[in-house]
Design a protein around this ligand. Structure first.
Ligand code: ADP
Length: 251
C-alpha cells in the first residue's frame, strides 16, 4: 500500500452509525466530526453508552459506518472506499488497537503473542521474537517472555496487549481503557511509552478512558455525549487542563 502523508491521523466528518433495523434501529453515532492530529495524545471521554467504543472501532476499521457518512479518512486512506480485505491489511500495517478485553491467544507464550503483528507483516520468526522480547522489556515483562497469558495478573496481561499493539511501530494507536487494570507505577510506564510514540510527528495515540491519571499526558481531550462530540479541549501552555478534569472526572 502506498504511503500517504496526512496532516491528520484521522479525519471524520458527518459520521453515522446505527445498529439494527426498522423499529429496533439504534442510531448510536450522530453526525460525528472529529480530527485526530498527528503527534498528539488525544483522549476521548464521555458517559458509558455514549458511543466511544463504537467510534474507535470504526476508526480502526473493525466496524463499518452507515453509508450516510460523509468522510472517514484514516492515515490518508478513505476507509469507505476500501474492501474489508484491504482494511484488514491496512490495519495490520498501520494501526495498533488495544481492546478492552486483551484478546491474547492462550496457547501462545507472551513473546509469541507479541510477535503476531510482525509475523502478519512477513517478519521472520526469529527476528520477530527478538523484537517482541525487547518490547516486553519496555512494559516491564522482559523476564516473562516464555509465560502463558493465564499465568499473569490482569494488569500484566494488559501490558502484554500494549506491547503487542506497539511492536510493529504503528502510526496510529487506538486504545480502550489502556490503564484500567494498572497500578500507579505501571500506568505511568504505559503513558510514558505512549508519549514516546506521540513525540514522533507522524504518529498519534487515541485513548478512550475514565482514568484521570491520563489527563496530564494528553494534548487534546474530546468529550462525547449521546453519540456526538460535544467539546474539544486543546491542552498546551496557554490552554491548561480544565479545572473539572484536573481534579477528577465523574461519569
Ligand atoms: P461506550 O463505549 O461509550 O460505553 P458503546 O460504543 O460501547 O459506548 O455503545 C454505544 C451504544 O451502542 C450502546 O447503547 C450500546 O448498547 C450500543 N451498541 C454497541 N455495539 C452494539 C452492537 N454490536 N449491536 C447493538 N448495539 C450496540
Amino acid at each position: 500500500m502506498s504511503e500517504v502523508v496526512a496532516p491528520y491521523a484521522a479525519r471524520v466528518r458527518g459520521l453515522n452509525k446505527s445498529f439494527g433495523d426498522g423499529a429496533s434501529r439504534l442510531h448510536v453515532l450522530k453526525d460525528v466530526d472529529m480530527d485526530v492530529r498527528q503527534g498528539d495524545i488525544t483522549m476521548l471521554i464521555g458517559p458509558s453508552g455514549c458511543g466511544k467504543t463504537t467510534l474507535i472501532s470504526i476508526l480502526a476499521g473493525t466496524l463499518k459506518p452507515d453509508a450516510t457518512t460523509q468522510e472517514l479518512n484514516v492515515l490518508g486512506q478513505d476507509l469507505q472506499k476500501m474492501t474489508s480485505g484491504s482494511i484488514t491489511r491496512f490495519r495490520a500495517q498501520n494501526i495498533g488497537f488495544i481492546f478492552q478485553a486483551f484478546n491474547l491467544i492462550p496457547t501462545l507464550s507472551l513473546a509469541e503473542n507479541v510477535s503476531v503483528p510482525l509475523l502478519i507483516r512477513g517478519v521472520r520468526s526469529g527476528v520477530a521474537e527478538k523484537r517482541a522480547r525487547e518490547v516486553l522489556a519496555l512494559v516491564g515483562l522482559g523476564d516473562r517472555a516464555k509465560s502463558r497469558p493465564n499465568q499473569l495478573s490482569g494488569g500484566q496481561q494488559q501490558r502484554v496487549a500494549i506491547a503487542r499493539a506497539l511492536v510493529h511501530e504503528p502510526r496510529l494507536i487506538i486504545c480502550d481503557e489502556p490503564t484500567a487494570a494498572l497500578d500507579a507505577k505501571n500506568g505511568q510506564l504505559v503513558m510514558e511509552l505512549f508519549e514516546n510514540v506521540a513525540r514522533s510527528p507522524e504518529r498519534a495515540v487515541l485513548i478512550v478512558t475514565h482514568d484521570n491519571r491520563i489527563f496530564p499526558h494528553a494534548n487534546r481531550i474530546a468529550s462525547m455525549d449521546d453519540g456526538r462530540i460535544v467539546e474539544v479541549h486543546d491542552i498546551d501552555a496557554s490552554h491548561p487542563l480544565p479545572e473539572n478534569l484536573r481534579h477528577g472526572f465523574h461519569q
